[in-house]
Design a protein around this ligand. Structure first.
Ligand SMILES: *Cc1c(COP(=O)(O)O)cnc(C)c1O
Length: 361
């Protein structure tokens, strides 16, 4: 039997989730965030599936050029901007939008000759203190960009929310107020909302929203359930059982013997491990689906294998399907048990996994 972990990407779910964005933010244009290879779903696959998005966003130039090479013609924004004159030139040649979030980037833009002006988004730090110019400096930057021949006529304004994933956190209102005050009266389209902003903070919608995680059918909220927001999982990670063994009562399973059989019982071995991106920190008790039924992981995750308790599935056989997350088992569940967020689980699905795209119709 071949050892195949498979990441199935559900095109219809991606499209459905984009529709949910449009319903939630009906007056905004949608910039689909596909950094980190489309959150592990395949950046080109997602861009093709969501070709009617108004724009795409990636972190850096390599990702953007990869999209262009694959024939993606739509608008693409570099969220981290350019870090060298050559990157600005490439951005200009390939019609990429760039973020300017720092004085060095503005200076570079002012002194670099470009084949054609760039569409620029000025990023203001409204309180996250990661990327962005200080609110007090926003007007000066905006004026310099307006005067810069390398920047296109329209200067767009953006900021990023740090705490929008908690609907009760007052920090979001403070960020919104700071962004509003620092950009008041400046002409230009604005963009603030990530997925949590789209779903939880309508006052953040502005002219452009920038959803990522919700397009993949995952809740952006702490302890959130994507189905409650009408989202459908866009990835199902699955494998097969490759062995079913009877293990006697009192015997331990896996490295370190961290889990001991409470009775004589069937233990299934599934072909997936941390080498595939199924995190080693996932504890005993983490649910997986065997033939659609939930069973618990037992013992440690190894590089290529996991063990599962099959006492409730005595008919399970080698070759049967095992779902790690996706349809029927939201990735939010294992993520929480691993002490991380679902973003990390989907981003870390390894290259060796087999990719399959379904529902392309
Ligand atoms: C990643 C990112 C987003 C999307 O965030 P989600 O939480 O995945 O919706 C939006 N804007 C910026 C600047 C980002 O880096």
């Amino acid at each position: 039997m071949t050892r195949r972990v498979r990441a199935s990407i559900h095109i219809a779910a991606l499209r459905h989730n984009l529709q949910r964005v449009r319903e939630a933010a009906p007056r905004s244009r949608v910039m689909v965030v596909i950094k980190a290879n489309g959150y592990g779903h395949g950046g080109v696959t997602v861009a093709r599936a969501l070709a009617d998005a108004d724009a795409f966003a990636v972190a850096g130039i390599d990702e953007a050029l990869g999209l262009r090479e694959a024939g993606i013609e739509g608008r693409v924004l570099l969220l981290s901007g350019a870090h060298a004159g050559a990157e600005l030139e490439a951005a200009s040649r390939h019609r990429l939008d760039v973020v300017v979030h720092h004085e060095t980037q503005l200076e570079m833009l002012e002194r670099t000759r470009l084949p054609r002006p760039l569409a620029v988004w000025l990023k203001v730090d409204s309180g996250m203190h990661r990327l962005g110019v200080a609110p007090e400096a926003a007007r000066v930057f905006w004026r310099r960009l307006k005067a810069c021949p390398q920047a296109g006529e329209h200067v767009r304004l953006m900021t990023h929310l740090a705490n929008a994933d908690d609907r009760r956190d007052p920090a979001t209102e403070r960020q919104l107020a700071r962004f509003r005050a620092s950009t008041e009266g400046l002409e230009g389209e604005r963009s603030i909302a990530n997925s949590a902003g789209v779903l939880g903070w309508p006052q953040s919608h502005a002219e452009w929203v920038r959803p990522g995680i919700m397009l993949y059918g995952i809740s952006p909220f702490v302890g959130g359930v994507a189905a409650n927001d009408g989202l459908q999982p866009a990835m199902t990670l699955s494998t097969r059982l490759i062995a079913v063994n009877r293990v006697p009562r009192g015997e331990a399973v896996g490295y370190g013997g961290t889990w001991v059989c409470p009775e004589d019982m069937p233990v299934g071995v599934a072909a997936v491990g941390y080498g595939d991106g199924y995190l080693r920190s996932l504890p005993s008790g983490t649910p997986v689906l065997v033939n659609g039924q939930r069973v618990p992981l037992v013992g440690r995750v190894s590089m290529d294998l996991i063990s599962v308790d099959l006492r409730t599935q005595p008919d399970a056989r080698p070759g049967d399907e095992v779902v790690l997350w996706g349809r029927g088992l939201p990735v939010e569940e294992p993520a929480q048990l691993a002490g991380t967020i679902p973003y990390e689980l989907v981003c870390r699905v390894a290259q060796r996994v087999e990719w399959a795209v379904d529902g392309e119709d």
